[in-house]
Design a protein around this ligand. Structure first.
Ligand code: ZN
Length: 227
């Protein structure tokens, strides 16, 4: 194995200097480009925005070290991508259907303390992922949640029940999200698949809402939100 060829190959000092200059140019171009998109910063990206960032990254990288790739070609491509981006956002602001195509739409994950199963499946998000999101917002069980929405940029928005409307619900913390081992008299149990709360008399009884009976029942909670 020739280590020299792996690390140096035919790099000369003058080409190293050229790489430095090319990198500075492309780096400045990327910053300029991102400023022109009109975005103020990035927290979460929609699929559309992610596509733009990915193509930009690949356009910007190559001319940094490819000797026979003139920077002007990269400038041309970035300008076209920028134009497409502006055109798409303009169209999306005018036509709802186009916006849906580009960004998708928010999906309900929780409604009235219950998991919305069709939307959970569509969102391709596991119980774990949105339970994590709910825990971060100080939620202990689904009975505290009036509505939970998965936004198009991947963020999770919740609307809580007021204190006096808190219901019994499925716990979202791992220690409490456990199948019950025995039935305690007077307690309510929540289906671990869909969050439906019931007074069951047998831990093997199927859920009346989702007809699942394999995941188990967790002891339901009705604690109020702690502010
Ligand atoms: Zn269920």
């Amino acid at each position: 194995m020739n280590w020299l060829s792996i690390f140096i190959y035919d790099t000369t000092w003058s080409f190293a200097a050229e790489i430095a200059i090319r990198t500075v140019i492309m780096f400045s171009l990327v910053i300029l480009f991102l400023r022109f998109t009109g975005k103020r910063g990035v927290r979460q990206l929609t699929i559309f925005e992610l596509t733009i960032i990915l193509s930009l990254g690949s356009i910007a990288g190559d001319p940094m070290f490819t000797e026979d790739l003139p920077v002007i070609q990269a400038v041309l491509i970035t300008s076209i991508v920028l134009l497409l981006y502006r055109l798409c956002t303009w169209l999306a602001s005018r036509h709802k259907a186009f916006e849906l195509l580009l960004e998708g739409k928010p999906t309900y994950i929780v409604e009235n303390g219950l998991l919305v199963l069709e939307d959970v499946k569509k969102g391709r998000m596991s119980h774990d992922e949105f339970f994590t999101e709910m825990r971060k917002q100080g939620i202990r069980h689904l009975g505290q949640v009036h509505m939970g929405l998965l936004e198009t940029d991947g963020e999770f928005s919740v609307l809580l029940f007021p204190d006096d409307e808190t219901q019994y619900g499925l716990p979202v913390f791992p220690k409490e999200f456990q199948p019950a081992q025995f039935i305690e008299f007077g307690h309510r149990y929540a289906c671990m698949h869909c969050g439906y709360v019931d007074r069951i008399s047998d831990l093997n009884s199927p859920c009346k809402r989702c007809h699942h009976n394999t995941v188990g029942w967790a002891r339901a909670l009705n604690n109020k939100i702690v502010n």
